[in-house]
Each structure stands twice: as structure tokens, then as C-alpha cells.
Design a protein around this ligand. Structure first.
Ligand SMILES: [Zn+2]
Length: 172
């Protein structure tokens, strides 16, 4: 399936929820540096749109405040340039993913966000990652097959390794 043109993209995305702007979901500084657009196919756009309504908007309600998207959709070229794995939910081929932070961007508030989301009955996810170093943030990955949303919890530690936990199995 071919990538949408800018005009097709803007038309297909009309009526997008205002709480999460198109520019923050599809922006990629890396793509801009490398000189190409970070545009989806229509199927990828559909996945991101469902992700907004089924995951990001419920997450915002659970948090009861704005959430900032650091990175969401990555085209194949952007993902390769970023060194991402070929199965990344950021590619929006089988769901979607976002790296999120809070308005204050403090480590404490992001930990609180992680703890709220992991126990939330209204926010489905396949994987939820808490980053112990770097910009305080979480990664939430969602699958468009509900059976795959197994609520796996991971903590990325300061040495770069991941610790895996089952659903509900960690508080940060
Ligand atoms: Zn991510």
C-alpha cells in the first residue's frame, strides 16, 4: 500500500480529535533532518486514529489532564533511521504506539502516570514501558487485535536493559 500524499493525508485526517494534534502524532524531527516526510499509508492512518480514540483519549481521562506526545507514528524509513525494531508498534502496521510525558515532565509525575495506566480498566495496551533514565517518559503500544493487548509491563533501566513483568506486576 502506498504512502499518502500530504493532500490525501490532510483530507483523510480531517475531523481529528483536538486533544492530540496531527502535528504531534506524525511529526518526526529525524525525518525532517534526513529530508523526507513521515507520512502514513491509509491503513496506518486508520490504526493511529483508532489508537487515539481507544487508548490516548481514555489515558488522558485517567490522567485527568493533558499528555504530551514525544513520538507516535514512524514510517519505515524513520523507524530504520531511529534504529527501531521491524515489529515496532510505532510503525502502525498492527496497532500503534506513543511515547508520552506529562505537562510537568517530572520523573515523579511520569511514574504516577505509569502506575495509573497499568491498573486502568479503560486503557488497553500490549506493552507499557517506563524509562528510568533520559527524558521522563512512558511508551504505550496497542494492538488492533484485542487478544494481543496482554498488558505487559516493562522497565527500561539506566543500563539500557529491560525488565519484564506480567500484568500489574510492578509499581515504579
Ligand atoms: Zn516508543
Amino acid at each position: 500500500m502506498s504512502v499518502l500524499s500530504v493532500q490525501e493525508f490532510l483530507f483523510a485526517a480531517s475531523g481529528w480529535p483536538t486533544q492530540f494534534s496531527l502535528s504531534e502524532l506524525f511529526r518526526s524531527d529525524l525525518a525532517r533532518q534526513k529530508g523526507y516526510d513521515n507520512l502514513p499509508t491509509s491503513a496506518q492512518l486508520t490504526n493511529v486514529r483508532r489508537f487515539v480514540s481507544e487508548v490516548l483519549l481514555p489515558a488522558r481521562r485517567v490522567w485527568d489532564g493533558p499528555l504530551l506526545v514525544l513520538s507516535c507514528f514512524r514510517s519505515k524509513a524513520t523507524n530504520q533511521a531511529a534504529g527501531g525494531v521491524a515489529t515496532s508498534y510505532h510503525l502502525a502496521n498492527r496497532g500503534a504506539a506513543a511515547d508520552l510525558t506529562t505537562a510537568s515532565k517530572s520523573a515523579e509525575s511520569v511514574a504516577e502516570l505509569f502506575n495509573l495506566l497499568k491498573d486502568s480498566a479503560t486503557v488497553p495496551f500490549a506493552e507499557l514501558i517506563y524509562y528510568q533514565s533520559g527524558t521522563p517518559r512512558i511508551h504505550i503500544g496497542w494492538d488492533n487485535d484485542p487478544q494481543q493487548n496482554v498488558r505487559e509491563l516493562l522497565v527500561k533501566q539506566a543500563d539500557g536493559s529491560f525488565r519484564r513483568y506480567g500484568a500489574g506486576g510492578v509499581t515504579v
